[in-house]
Design a protein around this ligand. Structure first.
Ligand code: PGA
Length: 243
């Protein structure tokens, strides 16, 4: 299976940047599966640009309901209509800024799957939790309660303290956490868990991508800041091991 390199633009980028970015990605011939997750208003623009070139599109959130009186929210159904195939759910910034609980995330995952989207569900511990030796327990609890029965999708391990800080966990810590996530997924979902891709996220950049992506059970990366420049995003994808 090729590495999956997903770019989370967060609340960045604009219409002007999107065209050049799409052209740069289209011109490159990446061996990784690229997923670009821009803000909602750019989904349609990217969908048109990426048609037929094998680059996938994702949103950064969705609502748990297919429609209704939810001002400012966007349904998974509408996201799917734009041509997006993926949606990031349970990102630590959503959990922190919008008080999203594991139960809320699980409901969104169900809505996403029902709409035909593949969810990328984020889990990860805070620095205090890691320092207290609780990282694996925190992540396992998130997996248990954020992933509904029959889960099909991707999981992204993103230690909160590594997001946007330039810091990454040690190789040993990434390997240990990804092994723990694999074991938990396999126990929770005996059929799909053994093959669920587990991405690493948190300060992935061209300089550290090769070493992170080569680690066991690291099926790809969820990239924030470094995904905003096409050249950096492509350099990360190029660092993925060949299959
Ligand atoms: P970062 O963000 O690459 O800027 O650390 C990763 C993420 O939040 O998905």
């Amino acid at each position: 299976m090729p590495s999956i390199i997903a770019g989370n633009w967060k609340m960045n980028g604009g219409l002007a940047a999107a065209a050049g970015y799409a052209n740069a990605l289209k011109a490159a011939d990446s061996k990784a599966l690229l997923i670009v997750c821009p803000p909602f208003p750019l989904l349609v623009t990217f969908a048109a640009a990426f048609e037929g070139v094998g680059i996938a599109l994702g949103a950064q959130d969705c609502h748990a309901r297919p429609s209704g009186a939810h001002t400012g929210d966007v349904s998974a159904v509408l996201i799917r209509e734009t041509g997006a195939a993926y949606v990031i759910l349970g990102h630590s910034e959503r959990r922190a800024d919008h008080a999203e609980t594991n139960a809320v995330v699980a409901a969104k995952v169900e809505a996403a799957v029902a709409a035909g989207l593949t969810p990328i569900v984020c889990v990860g511990e805070s620095e205090a939790e890691r320092d207290a030796g609780e990282a694996e327990d925190v992540v396992k609890t998130q997996l248990r309660h954020s992933l509904p029965a029959g889960f099909r999708g991707l999981v992204a391990y993103e230690p909160i303290w590594a997001i946007g800080t330039g810091r990454t966990p040690s190789t040993a810590d990434v390997v240990a956490m990804h092994a723990a996530i694999r074991a938990a997924l396999t126990e929770q979902f005996p059929e799909t868990g053994p093959a669920t891709p587990i991405l690493y996220g948190g300060s992935v950049k061209p300089e550290n991508a090769a070493s992170l992506l080569a680690l066991p059970e690291v099926g790809g990366a969820l990239v924030g800041g470094a995904s905003l420049k096409a050249a950096d995003f492509l350099a990360i994808a190029d660092a993925a091991p060949s299959v």
